[in-house]
Design a protein around this ligand. Sequence first.
Ligand code: PMT
Length: 406
Amino acid sequence: MEKTILVGVTGCIAVYKSAELVRLFQKAGYRVKVVMTEHATHFVDPLTFRSLTHEPVAIGLFDDPSDPIHHISLAEEADVFVIAPCTANVAAKIAHGIADDLLTTTALACTAPLVVAPAMNVHMYEAAATQENLATLEKRGVRIVEAGSGYLACGDVGRGRLADLNDIVSATIAALEGDAASDGDQDLAGKHVVVTAGPTYEPIDPVRFIGNRSSGKMGYAIAQAAVERGARVTLISGPVSLDAPTGVQVVRVQTALEMLAACEDAFSQSDIAVFSAAVADMRPETVSDHKLKKSDTEDSAALQQVRLVANPDILATMAQGKRAGQVVVGFAAETNDVVENARKKLEAKRADLIVANRIGEGVAFGTDDNQASLVTPDGCEDLPLMSKHDLADRILTRAVEIGSGC
Ligand code: PMT
């Protein structure tokens, strides 16, 4: 059943960001309901949230005559309650069990996980009272998404900015996953999955590059499937025009060398690493600092004879440092002898699993579905054509089996 995220909005200038937060939750597939304090309505009209959620926006304790105990029904509907932004005043009230409006009454009545993302002036945030209230909430199991630092609306500089929305989304989904872990479909809860996706662009000059047709859809589907199964996901993405899956940490890179550096940072922490990126095998030896002009003799000669050097093999480099229990999955993009070539890559790159897919005009690259074989040292499983998301799930299931020694 569709899960409901109850978003609590309190009176602070960061309220305008709550609208985007609602959209992010919806994009992740959740139903969203909004409860506002009366003060919050001075910053943003409730109509904004009503239009986004297509649900009535709850404000006053006695606003809904058809529901005499509104705070209880709201609390019961919520699978998670996230208050973002949360003012110092509301944090103080919920820390002390004060329930004097619909939002704080709902917070007291709510047995679902509570997430609090504070936002306020730096001195209010750093005040001992606020810090103690937040610490009290944290001790009770409330997830606090710490405020960030920067230029604040009041003109001060320091801590107090509403946290990055992706961090709030991750914390909220993690709070939901905690409850869902026992559902049985969260087999990657507590695991860290690293995924590479998309092409790499190897620059020739500020305008031109060597690249390929990868859209990133396969890798993004793997990241999406992994986060849905409860994993913490780092997606190392080449240049693509896809939105990052909600709750996934994205590291954006352009070149193979940048992708290698990002993998070096993330790989050792991972339990499963999936290398689905179409990394350029070669890069220009030198990169011109100006646009090479074909009308210029020297530039034209340089353009006609771009010298290439080999890029490092990211998958092979990472697999060399693999620790026990870590599962390394590579891909093989082949036009012929697909499984045979995949088996060679499995051995040469020391991967645990190679996803072998045939590529060609309108096949695999840029499509929403894909047909692959899962090649391991023990055998080969030929899969039918399926959506990239379903294939991602099959790959992750096989990776989990390999990790558990099956
Ligand atoms: O992005 P889409 O449009 O959805 O398309 C998906 C896809 C076709 C790109 C994907 O399914 C796929 O096949 N990805 C691997 C593409 C590739 O580069 O394959 P390869 O056979 O050249 O490389 C073998 C493996 O080594 C791959 O895991 C690759 O990530 C890795 N590699 C390759 C070269 C290199 N320098 N470093 C690497 O890590």
